[in-house]
Design a protein around this ligand. Sequence first.
Ligand code: ADP
Length: 482
Amino acid sequence: MFHNEIPQLRQQAYVNGKWVDALDKSTQSVFNPATGERLGAVPQLGVQQIDDCIEAAEAAFYHWREVPVRERCALLTAWFNSIKAERKRLARILTLEQGKPYAEALGEIDYAASYIQWFAQPALLDIGAALPYGQQPLDMLVTSEPVGVCAAITPWNFPAAMITRKVAPALAAGCTKIVKPAPDTPFTALALAELAAQVGIPAGVLNVVTGDAQVIGERLTQSSRVRKLSFTGSTAVGRSLMAACAPTLKRLSLELGGNAPFIVCADADLDAAVDGAIAAKFRNAGQTCVCANAFYVADSVYDDFAQRLTDRVQQLQLGTGDQPEVTVGPLINRAALHKVEQMVTDAIQHGGEIRCGGKRWRDHGNWYLPTVITEVDASARCVQEEIFGPVAPLVRFIDSSTLLQQLRVQHAGLAAYVFTQNIEQIQRFVRQLEVGMVGINSGLISDAAVPFGGIKASGMGREGGRQGIEEYLETKYIKLNN
Ligand code: ADP
């Protein structure tokens, strides 16, 4: 499908409208997770270069915020159009560095573009009021302003969408942005920046820096010029970034790890539940923060659901993303593979029975077979922690009240899925699940128009929807006497 032709990769960082190498020429290699082959390298920028980038983003901010909203949104629309025009090339880059099947990569590019389209609506900035409480009319006004220079630190599981949903609302609001993509997947980010430059988004407004995560993280968090950090990644790193932002009191959006329960009630439509399970668990080889983690299945339908799910999982096609029949790609790296292996071993020690998969596939690349494990005890690691791999553990439950109590103890609070036809059950689950997002009879919940995010250890803030732009705005109150 790729005709053996590797798309050109931008192998420089993008700072203040220029493509740059590290001053000392040091680089960081990027590998194809399906084959282990080296794809290229990006610069490992030095401290001074990061500081210069922050300064440039600040200088650009004072111009950009004066650009009328409709012009800012028109530039975003032009960026959206160019991404759509280049979607196949971008998807190929994405598959090469991330591993997801090409059709899924195309889907991600469209999804990424949809955030730009959504936030390119000037009406989302139609925020403000004349309060009716004053002595005279119009003497108490409320308006909003852009936060300032914003930093984004993004993960490798959605190399395009995690960028656009942080960049588009910031730019629409009048903020400027410094993006640090994941070291595994910088090329998609750089390709997106290239298109932004081509459509005329001014120098310094969008910057992409590459290099050592810790060094870049320190410069971005310590700088008082950076007014906000938006981070998507692990809870551990999110926690340390939050602490690092405390001295400069930055605004924060943190989208951290999830552990989404997938609950199948006794009255569920099992065909729909299996469809939902495949979508929620095996998309991106199980490597999304809203992926279903463990499945809690009512005792009376447990065996039936387990059999149907196993049959479907055995039909999944593992392979390199350029093959059209492939539905599941590799894991991102060796560390991810080892973690999944350890979790499966632990599940077996906790009573788990492998129904399919349960082992590696191929020697080269980071492959793990799509796996179903039944009779897992709820104390197993794969139930308590985020798996981030193509492994579906099935836990039996008897009554939903006890299940809800058990789930309340979990630290994560991102998403949950419930399959049931009973309206009272639905209302109870919706109210009592301590998460930011609930899918009822649905395994796919993301959309640019809705507020995506979690509570508890899954973080704070929302991306997408109207809420997504509020994250980049400050409120200003004006008392106006004549
Ligand atoms: P994952 O385990 O999914 O890779 P991480 O939280 O480690 O999640 O990574 C998400 C993003 O955070 C990546 O861009 C990574 O480079 C970055 N990152 C990791 N550690 C740090 C750090 N100490 N400071 C700043 N960024 C970091």
